[in-house]
Design a protein around this ligand. Sequence first.
Ligand code: FAD
Length: 386
Amino acid sequence: MTTDPEVADELVATIRDWIRKDVIPTASEFEHADRYPEAWVAQMRAFGLFGARIDPEFGGLGLDTVTYARLMDELAYGWMSLSGVINTHTIAATLISKFGTDAQRERLLPILAEGDRRAAFSLSEPDAGSDTQAIRCRAARDGDEYVLNGTKMWVTNGERASIVALAAKTDEGITCFIVEKEPGPTSGGITVSKNIDKLGYKGIETVEMTYVDHRVPVSAVLGGPDGLGHGLHYVLGSLELGRINVAARAVGVARAAYDAAMHYAHERETFGVPIIKHQAIQFKLAEMATKIEASRLLVKSAAEKFDSGERTDVEAGMAKLFCSETALEVSIEAMRIHGGYGYTKEFPVERYLRDAPLMIIGEGTNEIQRIVIARGLVARWAEEHA
Ligand SMILES: Cc1cc2nc3c(=O)[nH]c(=O)nc-3n(C[C@H](O)[C@H](O)[C@H](O)COP(=O)(O)OP(=O)(O)OC[C@H]3O[C@@H](n4cnc5c(N)ncnc54)[C@H](O)[C@@H]3O)c2cc1C
């Protein structure tokens, strides 16, 4: 998929205008109240963002990854949580697009593109985050059904989701299931056992979900019988896109922190001059802007590679690692530039600083990214020198 550059620019400009006009003025208010942004989610749906990466054949916008990443950057510039509503949905849609059977694609992708029923992605467990092989959630075959039992942790958008892309163990190994449920605290044998209170990434729910003898039809196995035991491979492939999403939203948060700092540096005076006149502040801003530009280019490069259909584990990992560390660094520098006021809820920098750490953890921690990058580099070296 390659998006016409004019169409891409127009869409990005539309989202940017909307974010500036409608979201930014009250984003911190929603965030402090931990309030779900119903109207903004409805607007994102009207823009077609839930089908951003779904083929037009199934009612989606069919955007390329470069354009998708630009949109996530714009959303996160306003409020990082908005890009989080889209992310798990898009990971699930990507799993179905890439690995689903024809029947799964034809039935589920139009629903996901429409965006009324949204999706969550559920791999992590209380005792299995980085160590994905260690998951214990079990799917036991019983006639034409699978019976799910286990506890899943960190399910972002889990309570409101109607569809969950779930990793569970079957006799064949880890298998991905597309579990359809009712939004809400319970559905069949699924219960939202805890709503996790977070430092940031507020407004949208991240929950613990328990499955007790929850039955799904065999048709819920992603990819049909051929998908049995291949779930981890599918999931890790789709996480490349998730990492590009996280990298792009890190750029958005970093840009927002930088702009807030630049603005404040022109307003605040010390020793008779605006603080922008102090070289110490200028150097901070120079460093911040340089790293943001490098981050933006890394996201673009990883997105282009993903669009080419090549394996992107190294590039997506590099983008996610560098951009998220940059977002954290830039948001703390922005806070320093604000002095004491940066430590208050009056200015949005405290929100950026609470949102930024999620990106060093989510979609695989940055320690794990370094492992993924190094492993990929070594494999490429071996291939090139065989
Ligand atoms: C707000 C939030 C939302 C999330 N949303 C989702 C979601 O929607 N779906 C989902 O499935 N998951 C989600 N996650 C889970 C996330 O992907 C995991 O938290 C992450 O993968 C880390 O797993 P863990 O928390 O179990 O940490 P652990 O794996 O226990 O790691 C603890 C520490 O040890 C380090 N470490 C672990 N193994 C190694 C190693 N081999 N070498 C070096 N260091 C290592 C880690 O980097 C980390 O610093 C979310 C997490 C958060 C915080």
